[in-house]
Design a protein around this ligand. Structure first.
Ligand SMILES: N=CN[C@@H](CCC(=O)O)C(=O)O
Ligand SMILES: [Mn+2]
Ligand SMILES: [Mn+2]
Length: 318
């Protein structure tokens, strides 16, 4: 079994208003195993994936295990504009035990399925990007047969590496592609912000062979907004539900230095926010995660604040 830790309430602090003007005053805490369906009110479920095992296996710089708490610290200090009946619940962290990544991913899948069955919107805080494999499977298993789940990944990398030598942070979408094929289905995968200088020829070939809808980093830019919107609309038309995964290493290192594999020439927050707006307005969003925050390399918490701002934006838009 992987490790399940209840939320550390000390990570939620900030100015005190006594009228829930800040998210640390709004957030509630619960136990994954005990939580029950409250009512039909909108509920966001925060769950940390406190692991960098996948980054370590992928020869990256470790530190992402500390990502979830760094996001909580920044999110808690932000203003709360949620309606009173909307709930924000911190379910704590899943962590890796005995370097057993597969088990951690399976436990994330079960947790996500359970959170969906209780009508919450899962928001996973990462944590290395292998969380995508667990998160996707949890969302997919919840869906009725025949419903299509599309993945929209904001990332510098395809993460389509083969997992022949084990799962890691670079393999989640390869695993999903192969498992969908085993069921005579095809992966519905869009990757935005792909860097040519960070993905090999083989990865591009694999992506093309699986009809991955990808956009290179230089075109994933606010100057190409209409083009980006068109691609998103076309992709979303073809699926019933959407899973959003944001790998912070896709942002330029000017915005996101706190990652394992930084992108000096990455994308900017403005185009990501425009994309999130469009996706959320489609009302097809099922779950969202923010991955790869590595506080060890962050500067003045910029990357943690960016991660928190993305989540802040999403929960106020959904
Ligand atoms: N999740 C990250 N995956 C990247 C890491 C790149 C790197 O470490 O340079 C990948 O495997 O391509
Ligand atoms: Mn990446
Ligand atoms: Mn990634």
């Amino acid at each position: 079994m992987s490790i399940y830790k209840l939320a550390n309430k000390d990570k939620w602090f900030g100015r005190s208003s006594k009228q829930q003007l800040y998210l640390h005053e709004k957030v509630k805490f619960s136990n994954l195993k005990e939580y029950d369906l409250q009512s039909e009110q909108k509920t966001f479920a925060l769950l940390g994936y406190g692991s960098d095992e996948g980054v370590k296996r992928n020869l990256g710089r470790t530190g992402a295990a500390l990502g979830p708490d760094a996001i909580r610290i920044q999110l808690g200090k932000m203003p709360n504009h949620l309606e009173e009946e909307v709930e924000l619940i911190d379910f704590g962290n899943l962590e890796c035990a005995n370097n057993n990544l597969n088990e951690l991913q399976q436990n994330l899948t079960s947790a996500v399925t359970s959170l969906l069955s209780k009508k919450t919107v899962p928001i996973i805080l990462g944590g290395s990007h292998d969380l995508a494999y667990g998160h996707y499977n949890g969302l997919a298993q919840h869906l009725p047969k025949g419903k299509k789940l599309g993945i929209i990944n904001f990332d510098a990398h395809f993460d389509l590496r083969s997992n022949t030598n084990g799962n890691n942070s670079g393999t989640p979408f390869y695993q999903i592609a192969l498992e969908e094929e085993a069921k005579n289905k095809t992966i519905k995968y869009m990757a935005l912000g792909i860097r040519k200088d960070a993905n090999t020829k083989n990865l591009f070939e694999f992506a093309e062979s699986r009809k991955v809808n990808y956009l290179l980093q230089n075109h994933f830019d606010i100057n190409y907004l209409e083009h980006v919107q068109l691609l998103l609309i076309q992709f979303m038309e073809d699926v019933d539900y959407i899973y959003i995964t944001i790998d912070l290493d896709g942002f330029s290192s000017a915005y996101a230095p706190g990652v394992s594999a930084a992108s000096p020439m990455g994308f900017s927050p403005d185009i990501v926010l425009e994309s999130l707006k469009l996706i959320i307005e489609s009302e097809k969003l099922l779950g969202l995660d923010v991955a790869e925050l590595n506080p060890k390399y962050d500067i003045d918490n910029q990357t943690a604040k960016l991660a928190a701002s993305l989540i802040h934006y999403a929960i106020h838009k959904i």
